[in-house]
Structure formats: C-alpha cells, structure tokens
Design a protein around this ligand. Sequence first.
Ligand code: MD6
Ligand code: FE
Length: 221
Amino acid sequence: MTFDLFDNLPDYDRDGGISSEPLAPGASVLRRFARAQAGALLDVVAGVAAVAPFRHLVTPGGRRMSVAMTNCGRLGWVSDRQGYRYDPVDPATGLHWPAMPRAFAVLARDAAAAAGYPDFTPDACLINRYLPGTRLSLHQDRDELDVRAPIVSVSLGVPAVFLFGGLRRADRPARIRVIHGDVVVWGGPSRLAFHGIAPLAQADHPLTGDTRINLTFRKAG
Ligand code: MD6
Ligand code: FE
C-alpha cells in the first residue's frame, strides 16, 4: 500500500529547524540536520554510482544481501565468501573507489561535532540503497580498526524504521523512524550496539521515488 508522505507525520517531519534527540549514551538523532543539502547529496550519490555501481553483495554465508551497496572514500566496505573487510579497490571494477566528495566530508564532520565528537575525519562512506521490502538484519559495525571514532549515518528519500538494540544480539531493539535529512551519530558506549533496518515500506518521495538511500561515514583504517 502506498501512503502519502505528507499525511499523518509527526511534527518534526513537517517543519521547524534542526533538533537533537538522545538515542542512547553516545548516540543521538540530529533531526533534519542534512535536509538543506539533501538534494545535492543525492546528486553526488548518482555521480558515485556512475563510477562504482550499486551491487548486491554476498555474505560470508553465501546469502545475497537485499540492500544494494557502493562506496566512496579511500576505503570501501565489501563482503564476499571470504568475509567482511574494507578495501581500497572496488572488486566490481578493479578501480579505486571514487574519492570522498568535499560536501560529504564537511557534513560528516559537522554532524559528528554537533553530537559531541570533534575532529571526525571519515575515510569511508558506505552508500546503501533500499527498495520496498529491503531490510538490513541486526548487526554490529565492528570491521573498523578504531572503534573510538563514531559513525555518522544520513537518511535520504523514503522513511525507514531504524532498529537500535543493545550490546547483545538478544536485546530487544527500539524502533526509531528516520526520514529524509535525519542524521544519526553513534559512538562511545553505543558504538558496538546491534542495529538494523526494518523492511522498507512502500512510499513515494519527491526526490527518490520508492527508494531510501543511507550514507554511513566511518573511520575504517
Ligand atoms: C541504514 N545503517 O541506516 C543502515 N550502522 O541504512 C547502519 O547500518 C548503521 O545507520 C552504524 C551506525 C549507524 C547506522
Ligand atoms: Fe551498521
């Protein structure tokens, strides 16, 4: 079923400025933080994907991920039968990943600083693409060398339900709605919390149609 994005939305979806909501110790949601530049960010994503196409990676267990992924920055996150890793080379093209766009690096640094993490310099941006029904099952982000650095996550396009659990897989996750322009910053005591994305609902966004795009900035190397 398609719902109108602009009906029945919480107040923060409609108007107002940037605001910050605590999510857990070390983690916060910066509502609308990237809203003003979101259209420009999507144009940059299209440019990256023209060089490093979105693809469905295979998990070490042999399952095709429903999320399509690409990367930019010095390092890109990849998964195959050998495992998960960061690699400077895109295995699909044999080329280095596209460089980190200036607008991405500035946004990530500003968001991290706003959430209490000064001097964040990401070397990797994982770009995730979700279509209706796409999900990301609960996982920890622990392939980065230095887990003292936070992760900055930017939501674009169709809204999603972000699942935010605890440090054990069995901890029941909270459900947080994230919309176009919202930024989640995630570090410190929350850095290794289990998290995921519930199956994406059918919706229509003026800039992305039925698609959600997520950028996650990391210091991987
Ligand atoms: C997503 N995000 O929002 C998937 N990981 O599409 C993540 O897996 C994630 O948003 C670490 C920190 C923030 C995130
Ligand atoms: Fe993650």
